[in-house]
Design a protein around this ligand. Sequence first.
Ligand SMILES: Nc1ncnc2c1ncn2[C@@H]1O[C@H](COP(=O)(O)OP(=O)(O)OP(=O)(O)O)[C@@H](O)[C@H]1O
Length: 259
Amino acid sequence: MTGAPTTGQGPAPRGPAIDFRQVSLTLGRTDILRDVSFAVKAGSVHALVGPNGGGKSSLIKTLLGQMPHRGRLALDWPHEPGAIGYVPQALEFDRGLPMTVNDFMAAMTQRRPAFLGLARRRAADISAALERVGMADKRKRRMGALSGGERQRVLLAQGMIPAPSLLVLDEPMSALDEAGAQVYERLLCDWRRAGVTVFWVEHDLQAVRELADHVTGLNRGVLFDGKPADVLTPQRLLELFSTRPRLAVVSDEPAEAAA
Ligand SMILES: Nc1ncnc2c1ncn2[C@@H]1O[C@H](COP(=O)(O)OP(=O)(O)OP(=O)(O)O)[C@@H](O)[C@H]1O
């Protein structure tokens, strides 16, 4: 056992605590993240909110080791390191591609090429994951023929194989309809019960208020950090999503660029 903090409620966590300590990211000449410091408790559902372009996806990519950051980023696992599931914001692909849901799940979750079919070892996991998101009956549909919400359910399903101890979700609810949102809420309950750490970028602040244990506001740097009921105050939200600070930045640009 390590000294990972726990949520103080529910089961012993199987997911890691995460410590961001003065994490900065500069791409080209742009400061994307500046001295970002906050902690995610092991086994908690932790939401990340902020305006468009505030650096949320970049922080996720940094967490996944895909960005040349400065500062310290540590994952403190309660036991052996487990699997990390990642659900991206969207999936870019040619809609005309003859790729079924089964093909996509095979390509995402097994090493052998998808055209050789599903590995027997993975077939049961894939069926169970598609069942959990309500997509088992559409597994032979072409990915390009699915609605945005259905594609998002499939993206959630691929993030569940192999069973993750840490789930990193980039706006998983953005295209979900009401039924899809209920599916997602059930999954969150299951993950919380299993002690999985969930790090979740979300724009729907009502969902964050109802479903997250903790929330961090990010706009290049950390704006606030705490329990949703304490920190998501009307004044905070006004400041967070106000366009005025960005207009001030734009006014520094040459006139034609700002137009
Ligand atoms: N590879 C890159 N090179 C240069 N700038 C980048 C790169 N990736 C992202 N950025 C810039 O970093 C800033 C933060 O982008 P990011 O996608 O992390 O924000 P976000 O908070 O996830 O936004 P949204 O809510 O709109 O998805 C943006 O100004 C974006 O243009």
